[in-house]
Design a protein around this ligand. Structure first.
Ligand SMILES: O=P(O)(O)OC[C@H]1O[C@H](O[C@H]2O[C@H](CO)[C@@H](O)[C@H](O)[C@H]2O)[C@H](O)[C@@H](O)[C@@H]1O
Length: 372
């Protein structure tokens, strides 16, 4: 394949294979004012870190026009630092071969696209099947900012473990986690199918205050058109996607006023959402570690650590805590879902939930091809 016909994805792994740098490449493309259409299977002769995707869902069209380019220079340059997990699929899986892969997934923006109504962030059937298939091959958990029951309502898969409220509400198998912190907040429960589970809820004591705060927030913001307040059980989301821009500041002031009355809570920001949660030392990263432990993947030695490969896919700021945990473990694959350059601790990237779907499908296929 001629150099100038290479796909952006191949270019994203340029660093790994010391081919042309994305910036130089982009410049060349600008000069040619070319239009590239990348579809599925491509010639992989020149790069082992390239995509051999063969499902139709993975169609990426990049227009490189001088006006309004989809794959802009910043993004392409960013891709060289955070290559596409699809392009680098073989490398990722080769590194994981013979090891135990554990899959962690965020929900909104990862398994379902970001939509304007939080109650309608449904998961597509192909995505559900892909997650189900992945969970048949690898232990799989979904860690979301939503309440655990809400995520389950969307996903509806019994095979998967769920952590809601940014990891502050986990339902896991009955193996005991060893740390005293974990034991303190664990409760054994039996689900509707008579299966035993352990719920871990480190923010239990905050529930009465959260209830009061919800009411107060509703009262204080009901005058602002477009505000949606979502009860995520151990945390609260104040959505402003439908609020007029001139009202953003007023809304934030109201939220801050309420927060002042509740000093044990703090606010973080997500995608057009203000998230309020108890100020405890527990986040999605801790949830990942807790789940690894309860799943029996606690590393007692460096060798054991090397034998487990956690993979985390997420799109939001709160997922960064999990990426950092993987980074500090020095093992595993943190993958960010974004189509824009972002400051992140993730090593790899996927553009959107469609690419997440392709990645998950390929994981299952890879496992079937290599282990059966
Ligand atoms: O950890 P996550 O599963 O990614 O949850 C984070 C927040 O996601 C949801 O809000 C976001 O998605 C909505 C639906 O697409 C969108 O309307 C909203 O603007 C986004 O911020 C969820 O509603 C929040 O409660 C979660 O905290």
């Amino acid at each position: 394949m001629a150099e100038d016909q290479k796909t952006l994805r191949e270019q994203s792994c340029a660093k790994l294979h010391e081919v042309e740098t994305p910036k130089k490449w982009l410049k060349k493309k600008h000069e040619q004012n070319a239009e590239f259409i990348w579809k599925g299977k491509q010639d992989q002769k020149n790069s082992s870190c390239s995509s051999d995707v063969d499902d139709k869902s993975n169609v990426w069209i990049t227009q490189n026009r001088s006006t309004g380019s989809v794959g802009d220079a910043d993004y392409i340059s960013w891709l060289s630092e955070h290559p596409s997990a699809l392009s680098c699929f073989k490398e990722i899986m080769n590194a994981a071969r013979g090891k135990s892969i554990v899959v962690f997934l965020d929900y909104d923006g990862t398994l379902s696209p970001i939509v304007s109504d939080p109650d309608r962030a449904f998961m597509s059937n192909p995505m559900r099947s892909a997650v189900q298939e992945v969970s048949r091959h690898f232990p799989t958990a979904i860690i979301s900012g939503r309440s655990r029951s809400k995520v389950y309502e969307f996903v509806k898969l019994k095979e998967v473990l769920y952590a809601g409220s940014h990891g502050m509400d986990i339902m896991a198998p009955p193996q005991q986690a060893n740390s005293s912190y974990a034991v303190k907040y664990q409760t054994r429960t039996i689900d509707e199918n008579d299966q035993e589970f352990v719920t871990f809820q480190p923010a239990q004591e905050f529930l009465p205050e959260i209830e009061k705060m919800l009411k107060k927030l509703e009262k204080k913001t009901c005058q602002i058109e477009g505000v949606v307040i979502e009860d995520n059980r151990f945390c609260i989301s104040v959505h402003y996607r439908h609020v007029k821009e001139q009202d953003y500041e007023i809304l934030e002031k109201q939220v801050e006023k309420v927060l002042k009355e509740y000093p044990k809570f703090h606010m973080t920001r997500g995608k057009k959402v203000l998230e309020i949660r108890p100020s405890i030392k527990w986040n999605k990263g801790h949830a990942l570690e807790y789940l690894m432990e309860t799943l029996g993947f606690t590393s007692r030695s460096p060798k054991e650590k090397d034998d487990v490969v956690p993979l985390y896919i997420g799109d939001d700021k709160t997922d960064e805590d999990a990426f950092k945990v993987l980074k500090s473990r020095g093992a595993g694959f943190p993958i960010i879902v974004t189509s824009k350059p972002r400051e992140t601790a993730a090593s790899y990237s996927l553009r959107d939930p469609t690419e997440v779907l392709s990645f998950l499908i390929r994981m299952s296929r890879w496992k079937s091809a290599h282990y059966y």
